[in-house]
Design a binder for this molecule. Structure first.
Ligand SMILES: [Zn+2]
Length: 246
């Protein structure tokens, strides 16, 4: 992330300039002189350097009146420097997901296939609840899923959003340690509780989500989720939805 380091140091320079200029300004210097200060501090156009000499002779506070435009220029320069592929992933969840897919940082194949026991083929080698984060795909909010489930869920939430339905995520991939914790807190299914035996949870393969659904969102899910490969597959748990490629 050299782009990030570069923008960080540019912004530090700009902030230093601004703090020098924050004293009550006489605002007598020309716009070009002021511009040169900022352009120079941002390391841009060489044509600005000749006038920088002039500016240096001006008391620093005198340049304050025209700072806004110059600051925008400097910031634009810094942002341009940062808008390289390496810096492009920071502007939003959607873009991050797209970048993740485009750069192939999900190292496993995403066949979407399950073994006869319902385990994602490409994750089977890790074990339930032992899948490294790098083999899963982010769906935002710190949640991760098996990549085909993640991509299907992104499509599902986009469709829900278009329908005015909001779908929250409470839980997603669950590590073995987290499965042990849930079993302690909620009890095992086999004993009337709500938790799978640790090491057997569908969450441990990144196939299942626990969703935060109001009544209309639950209705929407029951009508539409199957079109995206998700089903409500545990009785007594209308929040638990599991992906299986169709
Ligand atoms: Zn669940």
């Amino acid at each position: 992330m050299e782009g990030l380091a570069a923008i960080g140091s540019r912004i530090a320079e700009i902030n230093a300039q601004l703090s020098r200029l924050s004293a009550p300004a006489a605002a007598t210097s020309s716009a070009s002189g002021s511009s040169a200060r900022f352009a120079n501090s941002a390391g841009s156009a060489s044509s600005a350097r000749s006038s920088a000499t002039t500016t240096a002779a001006t008391p620093p506070a005198a340049a304050g009146g025209t700072g806004a435009t110059s600051f925008d220029d400097a910031l634009a320069t810094a942002l341009t420097a940062a808008s390289t592929p390496a810096g492009a992933a920071r502007t939003g969840t959607t873009q991050t997901v797209a970048t993740t897919r485009a750069t192939g940082s999900v190292p496993t194949a995403t066949s979407g296939k399950l073994t006869s026991s319902g385990v994602p083929v490409e994750l089977a080698k890790y074990g339930n609840g032992r899948v490294p984060a790098s083999a899963l795909e982010s769906i935002g909010g710190g949640h991760r899923l098996w990549a085909p489930a993640a991509e299907a869920f992104q499509r599902l939430t986009a469709a829900a959003h278009r329908a005015g339905v909001s779908i929250g995520v409470t839980d997603s991939y669950r590590s073995y340690a987290a499965q042990v914790d849930v079993a302690h807190r909620k009890g095992l299914h086999s004993q009337g509780g709500l938790a799978a035996k640790p090491g057997t949870s569908e969450h441990g393969w990144g196939k299942s989500l626990d969703l935060d659904l109001n009544a209309s969102a639950l209705r929407w899910m029951r009508s539409h989720a199957s079109a995206f490969g998700f089903s409500e597959n545990v009785s007594r748990e209308p929040w638990h939805w599991t992906y299986a490629a169709r």
